[in-house]
Design a protein around this ligand. Structure first.
Ligand code: BES
Ligand code: MN
Ligand code: ZN
Length: 501
């Protein structure tokens, strides 16, 4: 998608489709008829205003979020079409909403075969923020997952112009950054979308290598030999059950102008298929476990964005990729494994495999010199019970790290919610035969999983993001297709940028 900034007046713009936001300026308690009379364009252009005056006064628009109206040959405008997208209440309207409206506009227009559009940045949002939100949202909306359908239309918006006012250079820079971030998010979604027969650990490693070569990252992909040599007993205990070789993917971003420390370690769970192993999952819904590598794919997408945006900070990305399979070689409940850190683990349930591979990934990151750790993983069904589909879980041993990720969430327009990792919960993973067990019983399952990881982060500032409920959209939304969401890519890029500032 080509992105340009235009400072010209919207009515003078020649485009396939001009897009403008409609906001509701009424007070909350007002009656329906008066409320409709308070619908206004979020664009200060008299020609545009008069082009839609009749439509707005007709009472036909409810002004509800994501409502769209397409006008052909709008009077007095150079544009061929004018799309109105409603954003709901003007009082509450933020760049979070704008990002989604841009996605909705893209999805509405591309499904009609339209290839280019010009989106007018609403005046109520600071211009650079608006540009970012519109470009990111448009890219997210432009993605569709129907790769293997013979009738795939592959309809896409090829070109977007953001109409805004301000310093053109600054706006162009904002657009360029947003484009890198949005494309990296879609890169992650591409990886997550593939089924397990087309995204084995080896293939995930190849994709990481290819991407790294393109953007100038160092990338090594190690196999079973190296995993055993490093004494990654927890990672290997999962990998040993599969005929498909595991991959330990290590990507390094080490710019010459970066200080020695901090070094950020981004560790992703890369289970390319999770059957549960010997503690096998029920058949119903098991097909979804192809997205159990979403945390790993997130880190690969984040590394891509970082390599292109070039912040002054060292970052190492690590993905522990393997299948979790039952077989004659698979580990069994009750087995004791020695992790790379030396800690012994009693494996109560082979389906709690994500924490096993991450235990060694986190320890390895520290060994490579990382001073701060972030992991992302589709780790537990329990986080979905706790937070549903609308917030990822944040777990951290460091309040400053929480502040940083929270700020990054706000910047990126992604929702995540903090859950506790207090010492009381540690009792639940105490084992009588080993240092810890890999499950903590029925209650607080997302927390006990995080407690397990915390044992391996130890004193290093660490954040764990449980994205099990948010990495896959169960339904399509006006702004995004059903399928992989690319959650956490944008936040983590902001997080890294903020760290380097
Ligand atoms: N990959 C799953 C978690 C998951 C569940 C991801 C739903 C996406 C959607 C993870 O490996 C798992 O199986 N967790 C178990 C842990 C349990 C055995 C302690 C779970 O959540 O049931
Ligand atoms: Mn599992
Ligand atoms: Zn899993």
């Amino acid at each position: 998608m080509k992105t340009t900034i235009s400072l010209s007046s919207p009515s003078a713009l020649e485009t396939e489709s001009l897009v403008t936001v409609v906001l509701d300026h009424a007070e909350p308690a007002i009656n329906e008829k008066d409320r409709k009379a308070q619908l206004k364009l979020a664009a200060d252009d008299p020609a545009l205003q008069s082009a839609v005056a009749d439509l707005l006064s007709s009472g036909e628009l409810a002004g509800k979020p994501f409502e769209t109206n397409l006008v052909h040959k709008p009077a007095g405008l150079k544009a061929k079409r004018l799309l109105l997208v409603s954003g709901g209440s003007a009082r509450k309207f933020s760049s979070y909403d704008l990002r989604r409206l841009a996605g909705a506009a893209v999805r509405t227009l591309k499904s009609r075969g339209i290839r280019s559009l010009a989106f007018i940045a609403p005046e109520s949002i600071a211009a650079e923020d608006a540009v970012r939100a519109i470009v990111e949202g448009a890219l997210v909306g432009n993605f569709d997952p129907d790769y293997y359908r013979s009738d795939r239309k592959d309809q896409k918006i090829d070109e977007i112009t953001v109409v805004a006012s301000g310093d053109k250079g600054k706006l162009e820079n904002a657009a360029r950054e947003a484009q890198v971030i949005g494309e990296s998010q879609n890169f992650t979604r591409d990886l997550v979308n593939e089924p397990s027969n087309r995204m084995t650990p080896t293939m995930l490693g190849e994709r990481a290598k290819k991407m790294s070569a393109e953007v100038g990252l160092k990338c090594e992909v190690y196999g079973a030999e190296k995993i055993k040599e490093l004494k990654m007993g927890a990672f290997w205990s999962v990998a040993q059950g599969s005929d498909e070789p595991p991959a330990l993917i290590v990507m390094k971003y080490e710019p010459a102008d970066a200080p020695e420390t901090p070094v950020l370690g981004l560790v992703g769970k890369g289970i390319t298929f999770d059957t549960g192993g010997i503690s096998i999952k029920p058949a119903e819904g098991m097909e979804k476990m192809k997205y159990d590598m979403a945390g790993g794919a997130t880190m690969i997408g984040v590394m891509r964005a970082i390599a292109l945006l070039k912040p002054r900070i060292k970052v190492i990305g690590i993905v522990c990729a393997t299948e979790n399979m039952p077989s004659g070689k698979a580990q069994k409940p009750g087995d004791v494994q020695i992790a790379m850190s030396g800690k012994s683990i009693e494996v109560i349930n082979t389906d709690a495999e994500g924490r096993l591979v991450l235990a060694d990934g986190l320890h390895y990151a520290k060994q490579l010199g990382c001073t701060h750790l972030v992991d992302a993983a589709t780790l537990t069904g329990a986080v979905v019970v706790a937070l549903g589909y609308h917030n990822a879980g944040i777990f951290t041993n460091d309040d400053q790290m929480y502040e940083r990720i929270h700020r990054a969430n706000e910047e990126a327009g992604e929702k995540m919610w903090r859950l506790p990792v207090d010492d009381e919960y540690k009792e639940q993973i105490r084992s009588s035969i080993a240092d810890i067990m890999n499950t903590g019983g029925r209650w607080g399952g997302a927390i006990t999983a995080a407690m397990f990881l915390k044992e391996f982060a130890e004193d290093t500032p660490w954040i764990h993001l449980d994205i099990a409920g948010t990495a896959w959209m169960e339904d399509q939304k006006p702004w995004i297709a059903k399928g992989p969401s690319g959650i956490a890519v944008r936040s983590l890029v902001e997080f890294v940028k903020d760290f380097s500032a």
